[in-house]
Structure formats: C-alpha cells, structure tokens
Design a protein around this ligand. Sequence first.
Ligand SMILES: Cc1cc2nc3c(=O)[nH]c(=O)nc-3n(C[C@H](O)[C@H](O)[C@H](O)COP(=O)(O)O)c2cc1C
Length: 368
Amino acid sequence: MTQQDVAVPAPPVSWKRGLAARVLPAAAVARLAAWNRRLRAMAALAANGWYDARRYWRWSSAGLSDAGLDHTQLAALVTLNWHRLEKGLALPAPRPGFGQDAALRLVALLDLYLERHGMDATAAAGVDTLSAWQDFNRPFGITNTRVAQALARYARHPRPAAGAEGGPEGGPKGGRVYGGTIPVTRAAVHAARPGDVDAFFATRHSVRQFTGEPVDHATLERAVALALHTPSVCNRQGWRVHAFTGAEQRARILAHQNGNRGFGDRAGAVLAVTADLRHFTSVGERYQGWIDGGLFAMTLAWAFHALGLGCCMLNWSVTRETDRALRREAGIPEHESVIMLMAVGHLPDTFTVARSQRKPLDAVLCMH
Ligand SMILES: Cc1cc2nc3c(=O)[nH]c(=O)nc-3n(C[C@H](O)[C@H](O)[C@H](O)COP(=O)(O)O)c2cc1C
C-alpha cells in the first residue's frame, strides 16, 4: 500500500459548526470559524500572560520596600548595587568620586542584610567592592565618610567561612576577596583558547542518540559549575538547575514534554533549567529570567560538549496547565519559571545528528 492509499478520516465537525453550515453560506461559516479560533487563542494568551504576570508580581521585588524583601530578593538587590560600583571600577578610566548614590544605597542594603542574615559571600562581595571603591577614590582625596563608617562596622563581622563562594584570588591583605576588580592579561586569555575554535563549535549538535548509561552527579556538578560563568543582568545569577537522574524519575518528568519521543528514555539525566523570579527587581525586568535562563542553558550545553557528553535542549513552550503539572511532578516552586528541559547523555561511538542547515551569514549579520 502506498502513502496515497491510506484512508484519511475526515476531521470531526462540531455540532455548532454543523448547525451553522445548515443556515449560513460556506464562506460565512469559514469566517466564523476563523474568528472563533482567533478569540480562543486571544483568551488563552490573556490567561497565560496573567499566569506569568501574577507570578512575577508575587515573587519579584518590583514595588516592594526594603523592609518587605525576603532573603533572596535582598541578596539580589545587594548584588545589583555592588555590581554598579564594580563595573564602574572596571571602566578604562573610572571618574574619581563616581557612584556616590550607588555606594550609599549599598550601605543601606548591607546594613539590613547583615542585621538579618549575617556575613556570607553575598555580603562580603558588597563589603569588598565598597572597600575597593574607597581605595580607588582615596588618592584623589575623596572619602565618603558614611561609607568609611560603614566599612568600620562591617569589619567587626567575621569573614565568611572558608569554602564559601567567591573569587579565589588572594587579596593584598591575604584571604579571599569577593568583590572589586581583577587584573587580566591578553596573553592569559589567548593561552586559554581552545585549539581549534571552528571544530569545537561545529561539533556541537543537539544529540538524540545516547548510550543509555546514567550521567553521574560529579559530571553534572562539573558542567553546572562551568555554566556558572554565564553572564547575567547585573550579575544576578537568577538561574537554577533541577537534575533528575533516576530512570523512573526521568520518565515522569519527560512525560510532560512533547519533543523527546524516541530518544528521551536513553538520556542519562534530565535537567530543568529555571529562573528564580526573586532575583528581579522591577517591571522592566519581567522577561529577564527567560533571557538569563536561556543564556545559562546555552552555556550549560557548551559545558556538556566540552566535557564530551551530548545534550538536547527540550522546549518548554507550554501553557499554564502543563507548567503546573511539571511543577507538581518535579517539585519546582512557584517562584521559578521553567526555561527549558534538557536531555543529557553519553555519546555512542558512532551516531547521527540532524543536519540543521544554518542560514547564510548575510541573512543574519547586517553590517551598518
Ligand atoms: C529552546 C530550545 C528548545 C528545543 N526543543 C527541542 C525539543 O523539544 N526536542 C528536540 O528534539 N530538539 C529541541 N531543540 C533542538 C533544536 O531542534 C536544535 O537546536 C536546532 O535544530 C539546531 O540544531 P543543533 O542544536 O544540532 O545545532 C530545541 C532547541 C532549543 C534552543
């Protein structure tokens, strides 16, 4: 039997459309059906937009006063403000005395943070950045007395315990430094480049053939640690990765996703990359979670590639019902937006990938 011989059943006609067909001309019925489709899509868009907006309003710090901030929201604001000073210090010629407002805002937030949560890597980054900012300004005869007093207060807090996150560089006074700038040389950057850049990029593919071996926790940790180098808005780093490695668990997660049929069951791990809305601070940042989360997912895909594993991003283009169902299944809290899932696995000796033809360069690059 050829493809053409297969009998295709006629699509079912709803009773409403059947009734309309009896009393209206065919063109009018078609127009009504098109309108019906548009209105239904519009209503669904509004309902799903409301679902996102409601969660953003509930969990971001947009519109909140400092007193109402939870730990994560406050940490995000501390980070945003030390970042303002840190990036100023990283300019080719910082203006002496720049960033007075940011410095005072940071002091206010740090006071609150230290009172509520004590000294940790986030607070230490704020303190060290303030200190680097004062050090920069001192030779110009500029000292902000309120910042100086705050730094004296902060010095009474014990530094974070060894092993806390932060820059590994030894500071001028010894010990770990969490904020400020670091010197870099072009030679060091060039020396760290992969040998064959073209080959490295050209050999990353979405992989849909895995050996079926599990991906161990250490490998997942290594890949996620590499992906922590992803840039994010004002260094907020609002991403999270939920990793599922047990066979049954993986299957239950993948059952909610529509693009893994035929290969998901051979993956050695399934990941959900999410963005924690508590890291975002204004209405203008309402889409930032998707941007930062997407960037993170891409870096993670490159990390798996660099470690010799394969992965395939799995779309999370779903409506709120499916989103809620996955959250229940995976234990993903309401304050995280699911950006995408990822199937990760070990590469077989030989396998095929989709060619995924790319657009020509001039269709993408508009040289002005
Ligand atoms: C956000 C996103 C979602 C994707 N979702 C799926 C999916 O559900 N199933 C799948 O097989 N591939 C999925 N892909 C993989 C794309 O099909 C693939 O990246 C594209 O065809 C380019 O091929 P390449 O990754 O091999 O370069 C997704 C990719 C992205 C970036």
